[in-house]
Write a protein that binds this ligand. Structure first.
Ligand code: GTP
Ligand code: MG
Length: 463
């Protein structure tokens, strides 16, 4: 489907150019052009090794040569050039790619020459926006492009790739097609109300609406997992001093990141590291042991622990299994109650002095020997993902997608209410149309310009 409005069609008559590799030094830097003049602009600056111009390049072939200054003839850089013809390109427009040396100066100069010749610098995400407007991608796939670039775990990358292949879009379009079919049946009932034509019974209509609503709710529920895989979660290790919090951080990371000593009050600052737990990018924080103290530095550390505790998605409360529970332990246990938390009994390599029966569900570990760490990782993953294995079904991955799905679910709930109240087919059609529009906005087949612009503005330049 083509997603262009008239305004956008006008905006796409120009040729855009951008550096598509990260700025700064690199082995190579790639400048991309897209638009009607893409090939002409690149070929205007390009000369083959023998100094001749390249007249009719074969698409997808790389040509060796130089970018030369059009007036002085000076060589700006040694490059490889390739061209693509519409619609066989990322944007579905004519495109050219110039691979130059990855230095800021040659790349800036080539871009400058292209702009002087008539190209315009691309806005962030404009290549992908054009791909969307030409119908090569839908909005869920465009968002998946960004999620692919930013994925920080393998599970997150796989989820983004599923969406990029169009699995989410296909699912949503399938639901929308069922809504449209239902609407068509209703219209037929309205048009031929006087004749005795077999249309759907109200029981059949109710069943289909209920099924569509359940499927939409399922999509909404998938958003939590989609977000977790994409944005991750914050887990904060808390406990009184000396229970082995820093030792646990180090053990989970597999490196001596935080200082560990037998002195209570060793950690003074919040130490944060990234960890992949069951596919969720986890921001793991080690904090200062929480206790009343007169030491000014430690007191500030404890204040930071309190802030981290308040903001955490998951609390990892570490107790020392080799010592009886203290008043500080009990105070922290009380504070963890009712929050997503895992009780960890550490120092399992030493004789047990804690009454486990007092604790309820907990994980026994030894940060020193590594015993119990796999079970702890599993417990964290279970807590975050609600026991669900990283789903193989498409996941809603953005707030925008979630809001649209919620709107569809609301409209379907409204349709159910209309049906129960014995409302007319016309009224029911209004509700179902609203649901269909919301699903259309999700894939971008029927999305507003502002939504589209906001979405692409989050991309990097050159993508
Ligand atoms: N035997 C044994 N000792 C441990 C274990 N984990 C930590 N320790 C010891 O307990 C002491 C405190 O460890 P840390 O990791 O510094 O404890 P912490 O909770 O970070 O302490 P603060 O930063 O002071 O709050 C050190 O002497 C560690 O070697 C364990 O599993 N078994
Ligand atoms: Mg510590």
């Amino acid at each position: 489907m083509d997603h262009r409005t008239d305004r956008q069609t006008d905006a796409m008559t120009d040729t855009i150019a951008a550096l598509s590799t990260p700025p700064g030094e690199g082995g190579i830097g790639i400048i991309r052009l897209s638009g009607p003049e893409a090939a002409a602009l690149a070929l205007g600056l390009f000369r083959r090794a023998d100094g001749s111009a390249l007249a009719r390049p074969t698409p997808f072939r790389q040509y060796y040569g130089h970018i030369r200054h059009p007036e002085t003839g000076d060589v700006v850089d040694e490059v490889l050039l390739s061209v693509m013809r519409a619609p066989r390109s990322y944007t579905r427009e004519a495109m050219a790619e110039i691979s130059a040396h990855g230095g800021p100066l040659p790349l800036r100069e080539i871009l400058g020459l292209l702009c002087r010749a008539g190209a315009r610098l691309a806005r962030p995400g404009e290549f992908t926006e054009r791909a969307f407007l030409h119908g090569r991608l839908d909005l869920t796939q465009a968002e998946a492009v960004l999620d692919t670039i930013r994925a920080c775990t393998e599970a997150g990358l796989r989820a983004a790739q599923r969406a990029l292949r169009g699995e989410l879009a296909a699912r949503i379009r399938g639901l929308r097609a069922r809504l449209v079919a239902l609407l068509a049946a209703l219209e037929a009932a309205i048009d031929y109300a006087d004749e005795d034509i077999a249309v759907l019974s109200s029981a059949e209509i109710a069943a289909e609406i209920a099924a569509l609503r359940a499927a939409t709710e399922e999509l909404i529920a998938s958003h939590r997992q989609g977000c977790l895989l994409r944005d991750g979660a914050a887990a904060v290790i808390i406990g009184r001093p000396n229970t082995g919090k820093s030792s646990l951080l180090n053990a989970l990371l597999g490196e001596a990141r935080a200082i560990v000593t037998a002195v209570p009050g060793t950690t003074r600052d919040v130490i944060e590291e990234q960890l992949d737990v069951g596919g969720v990018p986890l921001r793991l924080m080690d904090t200062a042991g929480i206790r009343p103290t007169d030491d000014e530095v430690e007191r500030q550390g404890v204040a930071r622990s309190e802030t981290a505790l308040a903001d955490a998605d998951v609390l990892l409360l570490v107790l020392d299994g080799s010592a009886p529970l203290t008043a500080e332990d009990r105070a922290l246990l009380a504070r963890a109650r009712g929050r997503p938390a895992i009780l960890i009994v550490n120092k399992a390599d030493l004789p047990l002095a804690v009454a486990l029966s007092e604790l309820g569900a907990h994980v026994m570990i030894s940060a020193r020997t590594g015993a119990g760490l796999p079970a702890l990782r599993q417990a964290i993953a279970d807590l975050l993902l609600g026991g669900a294995v990283a789903a193989q079904s498409p996941l809603l991955a953005s707030l925008r997608q979630r809001a649209a799905a919620e709107e569809a679910a609301r409209a379907l709930a409204q349709a159910e209410a209309t049906l129960r109240a014995g409302g007319s087919e016309e009224l029911l059609a209004v509700d179902l149309t609203a649901a269909a529009d919301a699903l259309g906005a999700l894939t971008g087949d029927h999305a507003r310009d502002e939504v589209i612009q906001e979405l692409f503005s989050r991309f990097c330049v050159g993508k």
